[in-house]
Write a protein that binds this ligand. Structure first.
Ligand SMILES: [Zn+2]
Length: 122
């Protein structure tokens, strides 16, 4: 039942991408910054490096080369609890700019809401 509900839910539009530098603005790790490791639009959550760390007690499994013991790993955080970092302004909202590319095509780039600096690497 719970699974069915999750599947029916509409995907969340996430403006963040892997390798973005983000700042946590709410929750246990408020104020921390880190790199986005993974984005999941079906749950609206992302993984941020060294943010929301949890301990997993794992049993060792020599066949799969798992050492066992207590492993620390990142747990997903809601996208609404993080903001992207602009090099100049810090945590900012994202604005989209449409850029004309050669051949009459256009492409959307993400820019800083405050200073207009392009946030996409390419
Ligand atoms: Zn900026």
């Amino acid at each position: 039942m719970a699974l069915l509900k999750k599947d029916k839910r509409e995907p969340v539009r996430i403006q963040l991408k892997k390798n973005d530098q983000v700042k946590v603005i709410a929750g246990r790790d408020k104020g921390k910054t880190g790199r986005v490791l993974d984005v999941d639009s079906s749950t609206g959550k992302i993984l941020v490096e060294h943010v929301n760390m949890i301990k997993r007690h794992t049993r060792k499994n020599p066949a799969k080369q798992i050492a066992g013991g207590i492993a620390e790993k990142e747990a997903p955080v809601a996208v609404s609890n993080v903001m992207i970092l602009c090099g100049k302004c810090g945590a900012v909202r994202i604005k989209h700019h449409v850029v004309q590319v050669a051949g009459g095509k256009s492409r959307r780039t993400r820019v800083c809401h405050k200073c207009g600096q392009v946030l996409d690497k390419k």
